[in-house]
Every structure is written in structure tokens, then in C-alpha cells.
Design a protein around this ligand. Structure first.
Ligand code: ADP
Length: 642
């Protein structure tokens, strides 16, 4: 690679985001320092970890520290660390792009954000880190040298769409970020970030827990010709402090350091296991799902420490994948420092911690559900889909997971319900939990499949998320009650005796007679629709509608079929069962005409029309629009002609 100065353009999206960062985030400018200190601390963590296996990386006598140095003319602030540093390639890759993990969709949302507040909360999800310095500086210079390498790199940008990169020198490994500060003007609320008292109070507020000394080099106070060095932070790991002494703000600052999220966490939990193994954990549920959470390889994990020393920065084996949204730290007292990162899944320490932590997190979520429903609902909106994945993958915790699930239901147009609450509302006589899957509430709400169920006063759960169909395959029952689709299998809501006969004998006889009366019509309709349906039978689910379509209990619902064909191309459509309502005037009329004339064309056309109407009523597309249309034209002509 060339040694001269190279001018490079930021990626287009980076340049646009940068502009937003600089111009829309005018509140709390001071957090740029938190971001830079956080980066420096990460770099020190990485060097300390690498040096466990390669001690030559750290020169003798090198301290692990973060230094703040200021200059008055021009006014500068430098954040200097003795960490792992970056090579030229690293610098281009890391400092030339923003929102590496953001999806295009999330970036577009950011472009469309109306208020600065919206932008701030969205930007928070990307981790803009270094770029936040452009809120206070008009020029930023990074000089960095990677541990184990001799060459150093200088990166410079004015935050205006381009940056330069060149070779330089640096005595030791690490990184110096120098900000050329904008003019301070206390009248306009622009602080002077070269003032020692400012820096002292900002570090105390945002970075006190950082485990390396943050040293302020103060030229105003000299001693024997050398400027005073003052450590600004207490360096106490937050999870080791008594909970009552840690403020909510401190927990949030720590959360932001660990996750690089700019938003506050939704909630945090501190756990401690004492006994043969001692573990401590401090975990957070974010207030928003990161844009990559539901994509193939999200950038998540828990920080794993062994007696306060970081051993793995993002350990993904401490929680099952469906809990990947939970962030934080685990500190284990008996973990070897040289734990093999390749064999983590098989390591007995890791397996034990995972078991313990998973149970703790699930219990906390259950308490949140019962104790703080507003927060729980926010958690559910952001991470409910992940929890549903768990139902299909974590069989050890299936019961815990199913009690966390929330669904829409006929009970309320706006509130979601848990399965437990649903069961508690089940009226006498209802034995199954009834649900219907579909693409939206309006699509399922008016489905003919619900008519008799509604009339009976039974509540129906609406499962509107594509992942619900997948999840249901692993959840045949809850609390001993079978989960039953309103659109699958036979449905009979009448009370039965021990032999399975209806308790009301008159009803039993009436239905028997209906079956006999309609049997030849059913065969005729089936004959007419043999290419489309596999069976025609009388229905117990319909009240107002003449017909509906159902599948067998074990078959895929039409909604699932549609999802699959969207994902995988054409999935052959399976024939379904058509149910007719024996009390409906159309069906009664068809029977009368059929008995009078077994080859009456009106019966044939009515069968085609009924089949089409059943598809339309459930929100499906017509299987054969041409056939339906032709039958409709003939029917309309006849009715006008008579
Ligand atoms: P974020 O830290 O939120 O990912 P940044 O833009 O601040 O975003 O940093 C991008 C990357 O640049 C970091 O993930 C890290 O790899 C690298 N980096 C930033 N600062 C330093 C530093 N002081 N030392 C070493 N690497 C750094």
C-alpha cells in the first residue's frame, strides 16, 4: 500500500449520517467523550487479552491507561490510549464506514426521521462512536499504531465527506484521537472541553466505572516542570458494587459502554450465584432491538470476565440464541483466563453459566410480565419474535417461554393477552384454546371460521406473526389445554358425554337427520368440485355464511402456504375441505333444486360460486377466477331473466 497521503471518500451513507450526527444532535454534546473513552477502553481490553498468549505485544513498562491532554492554542483535546491500536487497513475499514451492522431499512428510517430526538434515538442503534466528535470538533486527527507492528497511521477528517490517510510515527502501540475543538462560547451554551473541571465532571458522570485509569494531564498545575497527572475515575467494576449504591444513571452509562447503544436500557438485572461456583452477572434488556437482531449474524454477546479480567468481549454461548438481545457482563470466579474460544460450547464452565443465566433471565422476564406490564409490553414489541423462536428451540424451558407469549385476541381490540390470562377467562364448557392465524387482524377478525365460536362467547387468539405458525408446531398445548385452530379439523363446540355423544340428545338426532338429508347434495357438490376440494361436509362453525374452507388438524394453514410460496417460490396448493352451512338459504335452496332435478345447472354453478365465496371470505385469492366469473355471469343472467 502507498505510503503517501491518500484522500478517500466516506461511503455515501456514512457521509449522510455524519451530517445528521453533526446537525441534529445538539443536546448533550459532551457524550462524545464517553464514546471515545469507551473505544479506548475496548482497545486496552483487546491488548490485555492478546498479551495473555503473546506477551511480546506489550513493551516492558507500558501502562494500560487512557490519557486526556489539552492544548489552548489551537484549542485541542486528545484522548490517548495504550491499547491494541489499528493498522492502516483497520483504520480505513473502521473509520471510513458507519453503521456497519445497520440494515438499509434502518438507515432509510434515519433519513426520514422528523425530529432531532427521533434521529438521536435511531443513531443510537448504530454506534456512531468516533463520529460523535464532530459535534464539538471541526477537525479530528487519529494517530494509531497496532501492537506488534512498527508502522503508524494518521487519519484525518473534517467530517465533510472525505478523510485523508497517511503514514506517520508513534513511539508505542495505541491510539491518539485529537479533536480540534470548535470555538467555546458559554453564552451560546458551547462548553470549553479544554477546561479541567469540565473534563473531570464529564468523566465522573459517564465513565467512572471504566476499569483503566483515565488520567488528566493538567498543564495548569505543574510540579517540578511536569504537568500534574490526576486519575479521574474510581475504576470500580459496577457489578461488584452494592446495588443500593449504584444509581440508575450509572447503570445506564455502563450499559452504553458495553453495548455502544446511545439509548438507555429498558431494564437491568443483577444476579449472583454463590456456592461451589461463584458468578455475578449484570444484564440489560435494551429499549430497542438493534437493526441486525433478526438477521443472520447479529453483533451481540455477553462480556465474559474471569475475576474482573475480560476474557471474551462478545461471548455468544452464555445464553441461547433466542436471548441474543440480552446484553451485559458475567464475571466468574473460577474461569481459566486461557479458555479456548473455539471450544466454548463444550466448556463445562460455560455450560454451567449458560444454564444458570438462562433460567435467571427467563424468571426475570416472567416477573416483569406480572409486575410491570408497560415495560413488559415494550420488551415484547421489540423482542417478542426472538422469544417465540425459543419455543421451537429450547425444550428445557418450554413452559417458562410459553407463559411469556402475548397475542391479540377477540377479547380486546388493543391489549395483548398471555395464554395464562386467556385460560383464566375460558368459560365453563370450553376445553381448548382456540386461535386463528393470518396476515392481519382485519383479515382474521371477519373470518367465517369464527362465527359459531363467537356466538358461543368463546375468545379466539389471533396469531398474526409469520413466526407463530412455526412456533405452534412445537406447542400443541398449554397448561393441559390443547391449542386448536379455528380453521383446522372438525369443530364441534357442543358439550359431549363420556362416550363422545352430545349431551343434548335432540341436537344429536337433528344433526343425524341433517347428514342424511344433505348426503346426496354433498356428494354432488364434491363431484362438481373434485379438482378443487378433497371433501365436502356439513359445518358446525358457520352461522351467517353459507360455506368455508378448512384443512385437517395436521395440515399447513393456507396462510402458512402463502408465506412459504413467497419465500420459496410456488408451493403446490393442497386441496382443502369445504364445509357447508345446512341452515343457510343458499344451501337449503341447492338441496331443494338438486332433489327436484339432479342435473340442474344452477346447482353446479352454485357449487362453484360457494367455493369462490368461501375463498374471498377468508381473505384468500381465488384459485380459478375465470371459472368463478363465468358461473357468476350465468347465475346473474338467470336471476334477471326470471
Ligand atoms: P463503535 O466503536 O461504536 O463501533 P467507532 O466509529 O467509534 O464505532 O469505531 C469503529 C471501530 O474503530 C471500533 O469498533 C474499533 O475497532 C476501532 N477503534 C475506534 N477507536 C479505537 C481505538 N482507540 N483503538 C483501537 N481501535 C479503535
Amino acid at each position: 500500500m502507498s505510503a503517501e497521503t491518500q484522500t478517500c471518500q466516506f461511503e455515501a451513507e456514512t457521509a449522510r449520517l455524519l451530517d445528521l450526527v453533526i446537525h441534529s444532535l445538539y443536546t448533550e454534546k459532551e457524550i462524545f467523550l464517553r464514546e471515545l473513552i469507551s473505544n479506548a477502553s475496548d482497545a486496552l481490553d483487546r491488548l490485555r487479552f492478546e498479551s495473555l498468549t503473546d506477551s511480546a505485544l506489550v513493551p516492558a513498562g507500558q501502562e494500560y491507561e487512557i490519557r486526556l491532554e489539552t492544548g489552548k492554542s489551537p484549542r485541542t483535546l486528545s484522548i490517548i490510549d495504550t491499547g491494541i491500536g489499528m493498522s492502516r487497513e483497520d483504520a480505513v475499514k473502521n473509520l471510513g464506514t458507519i453503521a456497519r451492522s445497520g440494515t438499509r431499512e434502518a438507515r432509510e428510517k434515519l433519513q426520514a426521521a422528523k425530529s432531532a430526538e427521533d434521529a438521536a434515538s435511531l443513531i443510537g442503534m448504530f454506534g456512531v462512536g468516533l463520529y460523535s466528535s464532530f459535534m464539538v470538533a471541526d477537525r479530528v486527527v487519529v494517530v494509531t499504531r497496532k501492537a506488534g507492528e512498527a508502522a503508524a497511521t494518521r487519519w484525518e477528517s473534517r467530517g465533510d465527506g472525505s478523510y485523508t490517510i497517511s503514514e506517520t510515527e508513534r513511539d508505542t502501540c495505541g491510539t491518539t484521537v485529537t479533536l480540534y475543538l470548535r470555538d467555546a462560547d458559554s453564552d451560546a451554551g458551547i462548553e470549553d472541553f479544554t477546561e479541567s473541571w469540565q473534563l473531570t465532571s464529564i468523566v465522573k458522570r459517564h465513565s467512572d466505572f471504566i476499569s483503566y485509569p483515565i488520567v488528566l494531564v493538567d498543564p495548569a498545575k505543574e510540579e517540578g516542570g511536569t504537568p500534574e497527572r490526576r486519575i479521574l475515575n474510581s475504576m470500580k467494576p459496577i457489578w461488584t458494587r452494592p446495588r443500593s449504591e449504584v444509581t440508575e444513571e450509572e447503570y445506564n452509562e455502563f450499559y452504553k459502554h458495553v453495548t455502544h447503544d446511545w439509548n438507555d436500557a429498558l431494564i437491568h438485572y443483577a444476579y449472583k450465584a454463590e456456592g461451589v461456583h461463584e458468578y455475578q452477572a449484570l444484564v440489560f434488556v435494551p429499549s430497542k432491538a438493534s437493526p441486525d437482531l433478526y438477521y443472520s449474524s447479529p453483533d451481540t454477546g455477553i462480556r465474559l470476565y474471569a475475576r474482573r479480567v475480560l476474557v471474551i468481549e462478545k461471548c455468544q454461548d452464555l445464553l441461547p440464541s433466542y436471548l441474543r438481545f440480552v446484553r451485559g457482563v458475567v464475571d466468574a470466579s473460577d474461569l481459566p483466563l486461557n479458555i479456548s474460544r473455539q471450544r466454548l460450547q463444550h466448556d463445562r464452565h460455560i455450560t454451567q453459566i449458560r444454564k444458570w443465566l438462562t433460567r435467571k433471565v427467563l424468571d426475570s422476564l416472567e416477573s416483569l410480565r406480572t409486575g410491570e406490564s408497560t415495560k413488559y409490553m415494550q420488551m415484547w414489541r421489540e423482542f417478542g419474535r426472538a422469544i417465540k423462536e425459543g419455543v421451537g428451540t429450547d425444550f428445557d424451558h418450554k413452559d417458562r417461554l410459553s407463559s411469556l407469549l402475548m397475542f391479540e385476541s377477540t377479547n380486546s381490540p388493543s391489549d395483548l393477552t398471555s395464554l395464562k390470562d386467556y385460560v383464566s377467562r375460558m368459560p365453563e364448557g370450553q376445553t381448548e384454546i382456540i386461535y386463528l392465524t393470518g396476515g392481519s387482524r382485519s383479515a382474521v377478525e371477519n373470518s367465517p371460521h369464527l362465527e359459531a365460536i363467537r356466538e358461543k362467547g368463546y375468545e379466539v387468539l389471533f396469531m398474526l406473526d409469520p413466526v407463530d405458525e412455526y412456533m405452534l408446531q412445537f406447542m400443541p398445548e398449554f397448561d393441559g389445554k390443547h391449542l386448536k385452530s379455528a380453521a383446522k379439523g372438525a369443530l364441534d363446540l357442543d358439550k359431549k358425554d363420556v362416550d363422545g355423544k352430545k349431551e343434548d340428545p335432540a341436537k344429536e338426532t337433528e344433526e343425524q337427520e341433517e347428514r342424511e338429508h344433505f348426503s346426496s347434495l354433498l356428494s354432488a357438490v364434491q363431484g362438481r368440485l373434485s379438482d378443487e376440494v378433497k371433501e365436502v361436509r356439513l359445518s358446525h362453525r358457520l352461522v351467517k355464511s353459507p360455506a368455508c374452507l378448512v384443512v385437517d388438524d395436521y395440515e399447513m394453514s393456507p396462510y402458512m402456504e402463502k408465506l412459504l410460496s413467497q419465500a420459496k417460490g410456488d408451493v403446490p396448493k393442497r386441496k382443502r375441505v369445504m364445509e357447508l352451512n345446512p341452515k343457510h338459504p343458499i344451501v337449503v335452496g341447492m338441496r331443494r333444486r338438486y332433489e327436484a332435478n339432479a342435473i340442474d345447472p344452477i346447482v353446479d354453478d352454485s357449487a362453484t360460486v360457494l367455493f369462490g365465496m368461501a375463498q374471498l371470505a377468508e381473505g384468500s385469492e381465488l384459485l380459478d377466477p375465470v371459472k368463478f366469473n363465468e358461473a357468476m355471469v350465468r347465475m346473474t343472467e338467470r336471476s334477471l331473466g326470471e
